[in-house]
Ligand binder design. Structure first.
Ligand code: AVJ
Length: 322
């Protein structure tokens, strides 16, 4: 099982295993400094992310939803009948709802989510919308090995749904490890339905992470507000700036908090020193061509059975099988 164990220090989204303080101190001691992107999603961060999705520049959610509206029937048809649908992250109700509406006799819906509140909300939403559908919530960190609940009847297959281009937050090695873990969980006959943002004009990509209203900047800076609140650190939010740059060679957005001056910040017993202009990496968002994604899947022992795209070919949804 050791290949399934994650040790994500830089760009990972693995929630605390050791304490928050240790994770943050380790990230600030590293060279270059980095903090894991799952730290964004406290209550305010989750609300800010919802607002990002409404910004005109942030095409990802809009395009993925358009894709699902256009292709949900075809996707559901590809997944087949008597499917157990496991969703990583309790995601937006919209996309999953579009999918479930077209699925023939789903066996159960299993939302996997580490935060109790969003998990409760998704259970309530789906129970109301699909009264006949067994919902089996799993409060867990999806980057760790999961013990899926026993289904109410035998499914034909288990499909793991991982929408939103969240896979883009993982560097290649970690993305491969996560896909391999999913491959094990879906079983012999299962599949993975995964959303991935596509490579395109870098100006469009960069704009999506630098919206004019500044919501993404607030989202990024909120991470420091969270640390101040939860760790009693003394980050001066006006002394750091959001920076999101598209690294074309790596094919990814790299988001940092950049120290605006030389400064020292107290984090527990640690005194973290920042140089003027020094970045703290807080997120990567990888972009793929169809070939890139097929190669990634292949590294995890998976094959792309089908791909769907929105009409503008901005976003892709891949169905992966063994
Ligand atoms: C939710 C991980 C897909 O990387 O595009 C949005 C998060 N960060 N704006 C992304 C995010 C900045 C988002 N994902």
């Amino acid at each position: 099982m050791s290949m399934h164990v994650f040790d994500l220090r830089d760009d990972g989204r693995t929630p605390p295993d050791s304490g928050l303080l240790e994770i943050v101190q380790r990230g600030l001691r590293a060279q270059p400094k980095s903090l894991p992107s799952w730290l964004f999603y406290d209550e305010r961060g989750s609300a800010l992310f919802e607002r990002i999705c409404e910004q005109p520049e942030y095409y990802l959610t809009r395009c993925e939803t358009a894709l699902m509206r256009e292709h949900a029937a075809s996707i559901a048809d590809t997944l087949g009948v008597d499917v157990r649908l496991v969703e990583y992250g309790s995601g937006s109700a919209t996309k999953t709802r579009l999918l479930l509406e077209h699925m023939a006799s789903p066996v159960s819906y299993v939302p996997v989510e580490i935060s109790p509140q969003p998990l409760r909300e998704s259970v309530a939403r789906f129970a109301e919308r699909f009264p006949g559908l067994p919902v089996q919530p799993l409060g867990a960190d999806f980057t760790r090995p999961l013990r899926l609940p026993i289904p109410p009847r035998a499914p034909r297959r288990t499909v793991i749904y991982f929408p939103g281009s969240t896979i883009g937050n993982f560097a290649t090695r970690d993305a491969v490890a996560l896909l391999r873990k999913m491959r094990g969980e879906m079983g012999e006959n299962g599949g993975i339905l995964v959303g991935a943002d596509l490579k395109k004009d870098p100006a469009l990509i960069e704009a999506a992470y630098n919206d004019a209203a500044g919501v993404t900047a607030q989202f990024t800076l909120n991470l420091l507000a969270r640390l101040n609140r939860e760790l009693g650190s003394d980050f001066d939010l006006s002394a750091f700036r959001h920076r999101a740059h598209y690294n074309a060679l790596a094919g990814r957005i790299e988001t940092s908090l950049v120290s605006q001056r030389a400064q020292q910040v107290r984090v527990g017993r640690m005194l973290a020193k920042f140089g003027e202009g020094e970045p703290v990496r807080v997120e990567i968002s990888c972009k793929y061509s169809l070939e890139d994604f097929a190669a990634l899947a292949a590294k995890a022992g998976l094959e792309v059975l089908r791909v769907w795209m929105d009409p503008e070919r901005m976003f892709s949804v891949h169905y992966l099988v063994r």
